[in-house]
Design a protein around this ligand. Structure first.
Ligand SMILES: Nc1ncnc2c1ncn2[C@@H]1O[C@H](COP(=O)(O)OP(=O)(O)O)[C@@H](O)[C@H]1O
Ligand SMILES: [Mg+2]
Length: 253
């Protein structure tokens, strides 16, 4: 890690953050690959739980490190720049200091985003349904209509809850980034007869051809996560006709 002692270090800090985020992604892919290649049938469930747990633990640790380390240093840098601004009466230095402050502000925002992506702390604090609600309300365009059970009393492994949370996060982020939708919805429903939890995310945007996607690991990652916890994921979309993602999680009650 670089230490932001002066405004000039801020870009290095940003590079560090990107570096850290890039470290995480391959772990999930490797785990999924190992799962298919080497795990005997009887150990699959345990392996999946351990893999997801250790990945999430690692993510949390990194998120906390960023928050307590780089995050705090950036805040201190910001205060120092304010002080420098008052201390200086040269217009040129003030312009430079202001530019440096804007960089620090951008770096703080970037830090927050990275922490949020790394750690679904809200899951631990509030539980699955409130966490999904908070995810949906973090999306501004389009607003996401939520339909969540009010009397939700299902208990499931935290690894499964994490998988659900991450899948919904990616689906909503895709809607925000790609769909140009007017309308989006998130619905969670417990089907007692089939003993499964159903999570559906829909939008009325531009749609896409699920069999012909050229870039991105988001949809693949969603599928891998679903597989790892024994759930199924259906992606239905057509150009011009929005998209719908349905996740079915067996509850085994
Ligand atoms: N809700 C959506 N509406 C329109 N297009 C979508 C939607 N979700 C995914 N896509 C398309 O599928 C592609 C792959 O998505 P993804 O695997 O998440 O990768 P990324 O988001 O990194 O591009 C996107 O680039 C986009 O073209
Ligand atoms: Mg994506």
């Amino acid at each position: 890690m670089h230490w932001a002692k002066s405004p000039a270090d801020v870009e290095l800090v940003l590079d560090d953050l990107k570096y850290v985020a890039n470290i995480i992604a391959p772990h999930i892919e490797t785990a999924a690959l190992l799962y298919r290649l080497i795990a005997p049938e009887s150990q699959l469930e345990r392996f999946a739980a351990v893999t997801i747990d250790s990945t999430e633990q690692e993510r949390k640790r990194i998120a906390n490190d960023i928050h307590d380390g780089v995050g705090q240093l950036l805040h201190s840098t910001h205060y120092r720049l304010d002080a420098a601004m008052y201390a200086s009466d040269m217009p040129e230095s003030q312009t430079e200091i202001e530019a440096a402050k804007q960089l620090v502000i951008a770096a703080i925002a970037e830090t927050k985003n990275t922490i949020h992506r790394l750690r679904p702390g809200v899951l631990d604090d509030l539980g699955l349904i409130a966490a999904l609600n908070s995810l949906a309300s973090s999306i501004r365009t389009p607003t996401v209509d939520v339909n969540l059970p009010e009397d939700y009393s299902v208990t499931m492994a935290s690894t499964v809850e994490t998988a659900i949370y991450r899948i919904v996060q990616e689906a909503l982020s895709n809607i925000q980034r790609h769909a140009s939708a007017q309308f989006a919805s998130l619905a969670v429903h417990v089907n007692a007869d089939a003993d499964e939890l159903i999570v559906a995310i829909s939008d009325d945007g531009i749609g896409f051809d699920p069999d012909n996607i050229t870039r991105g690991i988001g949809l693949d990652g969603m599928r891998e996560r679903a597989e790892l916890v024994g759930a199924t994921l259906d992606v239905t979309s057509r150009r011009g006709h929005g998209a719908r993602i349905v996740l079915r999680v067996p509850l085994g009650r």
